[in-house]
Design a protein around this ligand. Structure first.
Ligand code: HEC
Length: 105
C-alpha cells in the first residue's frame, strides 16, 4: 500500500513539473509577443496584428499539425521564427497543447 501511494505521488509530481515547464517555456520564449493568455495584447502583437489564439474560430481553423509546424518552422517573412533548433520535439508538442489551452470557454 505504501509503495503504491509513493508511486502515485511521484507520478503526479512529475506531471505537474511538466506543466510548469511548458508554462516556463511560454513565458520565456513566446509571451513577449503573444502575451500571457495568447491574445497578443502586446506591443509586437498589435504592430504585427498577431491573431488572438484564444478565439474559438482561430482554434477551429488551426489543426495541431499546423500549430506544430508554425512553432517548428515559423511563418516566412514575419516575426514568427521557427523554434526547431531551440526546443525539443517534446517541448514543441507540449506547446501545441498549451496553445490549445488558451481557447476561451
Ligand atoms: C518576436 C515575436 C514572436 C515570438 C517571440 C513568438 N511569436 Fe508566434 N507569432 C508571431 C507573429 C508575428 C505571428 C503571426 C504570423 C503571421 O502573420 O502569420 C505569430 C503566429 C503564431 C501562431 C499562429 C500561426 C497562425 O497560423 O496563425 C502560433 C501558434 C504561434 N505564433 C506560436 C508561438 C509560440 C509557441 C512561440 C514560442 C515558442 C511564439 N509563437 C513566439 C510572433 C512571435
Amino acid at each position: 500500500m505504501k509503495t503504491r501511494f509513493a508511486l502515485v505521488l511521484a507520478l503526479s509530481l512529475a506531471a505537474s513539473a511538466q506543466a510548469d515547464e511548458v508554462a516556463d517555456v511560454w513565458k520565456a520564449k513566446c509571451k513577449s509577443c503573444h502575451g500571457d493568455d495568447g491574445k497578443a495584447k502586446t506591443k509586437v502583437g498589435e504592430r504585427e496584428k498577431i491573431d488572438d489564439l484564444s478565439l474559438p474560430a482561430w482554434q477551429k481553423n488551426h489543426t495541431d499539425a499546423r500549430i506544430r509546424q508554425v512553432i517548428s518552422d515559423g511563418v516566412a517573412d514575419t516575426k514568427m521564427k521557427g523554434y526547431k533548433d531551440k526546443l525539443s520535439s517534446e517541448e514543441i508538442d507540449a506547446l501545441v497543447k498549451y496553445v490549445r489551452g488558451f481557447e476561451a470557454k
